[in-house]
Design a protein around this ligand. Structure first.
Ligand SMILES: Nc1ncnc2c1ncn2[C@@H]1O[C@H](COP(=O)(O)OP(=O)(O)OP(=O)(O)O)[C@@H](O)[C@H]1O
Ligand SMILES: [Mg+2]
Length: 343
């Protein structure tokens, strides 16, 4: 029997990646911010055997269509791992897709919500390691997002951010590279999708699946009515008869559909400012509110919030990417962000 020794060079050689494994979408970049993977955080597993049938976009496309023997799982919800084994299998599949079989080891800088507990953060790190990472650093999403959005968070100046992901909304005040106060709520884009589905059910007596509700929310829902009319064809079934339906909808059909979640988002930002010291709130009058996360792209949210809160409000460029870009900046020694963000 021959004894095979591991090549020490393989242990030393490592890839560094930034990871934002959110409730809806997982994005991985390299230290230069090049996107290596962008997939829905979904996995399809066979009951009984536990074999992985599909991951990412393919698994998401099974939603509402899979036979009983296949379970479509969202292993991360509201910023935390809710199904450890499924999360491990999914991250492991994603890591393998990037690095194939070159045997190199992974160093991961992962973004997590500021609103989760230390135990939940540790579970996240453990899961990444179990999925193949050699080392895992954790950064708070609001700090990472601020860096990714190009804000200078080292200044003694209050900054207000509102992140809207798929599962969570997080309003935070930052100053001197720290989170001064943060409020999180289950108010991500998933809530918009449910509100849209309910609105259409009561208005047109139609029943639609989760993927169709997401498409309608992205293409037609609005906080401020768009100047250019938009339209799309909705497919689903009529609730009473069960027959298939195809309806042509415009923005007008979505009037009021997401008013409830919008009011709750406004309340979340107000609560955050209410709990922030006056000096910092005075700064925010000058620095304004920055929106990030995929759900912040709901049409007109920036102008609507700006009018409601009397605050200059802007949507970050590439809002769904800023958190992972901030994490990527910690991987570059030349940018000097690691000691600021990794605590
Ligand atoms: N143009 C759009 N308008 C509205 N919502 C959108 C748009 N584009 C994407 N979204 C929504 O953004 C969500 C994904 O955003 P993001 O990637 O920031 O969330 P996440 O990081 O996966 O979730 P979380 O941070 O809550 O764990 C999806 O639910 C998607 O429907
Ligand atoms: Mg997120």
């Amino acid at each position: 029997m021959s004894l095979r020794l591991r090549n020490p060079l393989n242990i030393l050689r490592s890839h560094s990646i930034a990871l934002d494994a959110g409730s809806g979408r997982t994005i991985i970049t390299d230290p230069q911010s090049e996107v290596l993977l962008d997939e829905p955080t979904f996995i399809a597993i066979e009951y009984g055997t536990g074999s992985v049938i599909a991951t990412g976009a393919e698994a998401k496309s099974y939603l509402g269509k899979a036979p009983e023997r296949i379970q479509v799982i969202r292993p991360i919800q509201g910023g935390v791992i809710v199904d450890y084994d499924a999360a491990k299998a999914l991250l492991s599949a994603f890591f393998k897709r990037i690095f194939l079989a070159d045997g190199k080891r992974l160093k991961v800088c992962a973004v997590v919500s500021n609103g989760i507990t230390d135990l939940e953060k540790r579970t996240f790190s453990d899961c990444c390691r179990a999925a193949g990472a050699a080392k895992v650093d954790i950064v708070d999403a609001p700090l990472a997002a601020a860096v990714g959005a190009g804000l200078d968070i080292r200044e003694p100046k209050g900054r207000l951010l509102l992140g809207i992901g798929a599962g969570l909304a997080e309003a935070s005040v930052l100053c001197l590279t720290d989170v001064i106060h943060s409020e999180t709520a289950r108010l991500g884009a998933d809530v918009f999708h449910e509100a849209v589905a309910q609105h259409l059910a009561s208005r047109y007596k139609v029943s639609i699946g989760e993927n169709m509700a997401e498409q309608v929310a992205q293409q037609l829902a609005w906080a401020e009515r768009p100047d250019e009319p938009r339209s799309m064809t909705l497919t689903g079934k009529y609730s009473g008869s069960g027959t298939p339906c195809a309806l042509d909808l415009t923005d007008d059909d979505l009037e009021g559909a997401i008013d409830g979640p919008l009011d709750q988002l406004e309340a979340l930002v107000r609560k955050t400012m209410d709990k922030t010291p006056a000096e910092l709130v005075a700064d925010i009058a000058d620095t304004g509110l920055v929106l990030y996360g995929g759900g912040a792209q709901i049409h007109g949210l920036d102008t609507w919030l700006s009018a409601r809160l009397s605050l200059r409000t802007r949507l970050a460029k590439d809002p769904f990417l800023v958190s992972v870009l901030g994490a990527a900046s910690t991987l570059r020694p030349d940018l000097d962000f690691k000691k600021l963000l990794v605590k």
